[in-house]
Design a protein around this ligand. Structure first.
Ligand code: ATP
Ligand code: MG
Length: 168
């Protein structure tokens, strides 16, 4: 179990410079999550790898001076994770192919941003290892959203330790 809201903020700090270079604003939604934990049941390091790639993509391929919004929404037993940008979007014919290894849409445009085209293939693999799916929703000229779901932790009993600590 780990706090997904805290992980996202850690990644924002890690990618802060890159975002600043493109004047991109990184936002966590809803804003309460900057102070409140949101726990999920998943492999923290692997999910970090997924989120670093999705947020890095949103910064690189999104709009300069745009906004990248990571939203975390609880729904039943899962948390829906969505990374959205307001960039030029991905045309329908590319939308499924971006998950293929080494697939990059605009070679000349993507080359100077220095990737290998593996990020989304690895991300898909990791999300599927968590028994979930990764989806893209995009509209040309409007922006792109990549999303997946993670399970919430199983209900836990409050330990007597925690009770006595909070009373102390
Ligand atoms: P790497 O992640 O290995 O550094 P990469 O970012 O180019 O390289 P992927 O993350 O797999 O590779 O993305 C594949 C391609 O999908 C990108 O090269 C880009 O063309 C397209 N793409 C990914 N995310 C977005 C986005 N948010 N908006 C527009 N195009 C995108
Ligand atoms: Mg990438």
């Amino acid at each position: 179990n780990f706090n997904l809201a805290a992980l996202v903020q850690e990644i924002f700090e890690q990618l802060e410079l890159k975002a600043k270079q493109r004047h991109v604003t990184l936002e966590l939604s809803p804003p309460e999550l900057t102070t409140q934990p949101l726990m999920v049941l998943a492999d923290r390091n692997r999910i970090r790898q997924v989120l670093v790639n999705l947020i890095d993509n949103a910064i690189k391929y999104g709009r300069a001076e745009g906004h990248v919004i990571v939203s975390l929404v609880e729904s039943g037993k899962v948390v829906r994770v969505a990374v959205r940008d307001d960039g030029e979007g991905i045309a329908k014919q590319h939308q499924n192919r971006i998950f293929e290894r080494f697939y990059r849409i605009d070679k000349s445009r993507s080359r100077d941003s220095g990737g290998s085209g593996l990020g989304l293939a690895i991300s898909k693999h990791i999300v599927e290892a968590h028994k979930s799916v990764i989806r893209v929703r995009s509209e040309v000229g409007v922006g792109t959203t990549l999303e997946f779901k993670l399970p919430k932790p199983r209900a836990q009993k409050i330990s007597t330790d925690e009770v006595s600590t909070s009373e102390a």
